[in-house]
Design a protein around this ligand. Sequence first.
Ligand SMILES: [Zn+2]
Length: 102
Amino acid sequence: MKFKQIFQRLFGSNKQKPVSPQNGTQADKSEKMQKMLMMLSNTKDVELTCDEVFALLDQFVELAAQGEDVAQLMPLVKHHLDMCEDCRDEYKVLESIVQNVA
Ligand SMILES: [Zn+2]
């Protein structure tokens, strides 16, 4: 997907979110994946971390750009964006990129 390439070119590797050693281990990867699957199946009682939101953000922005109801499709991402200024900033950057590309 060309959007991802654009994003990676713009932000490169120096724009990665800091991952604490305890958080970034392989061990909790499957747990994260499960959380993500739950989120994608629209389960409510799950709070996403910034990393998880960040991983889904490009998808979220693309859906929004296509006129999809992202609040309905990805409610937890939307919820996190409402709460978290950092991720909201990322979202705005991505949004402006998508709009320029589209
Ligand atoms: Zn966040």
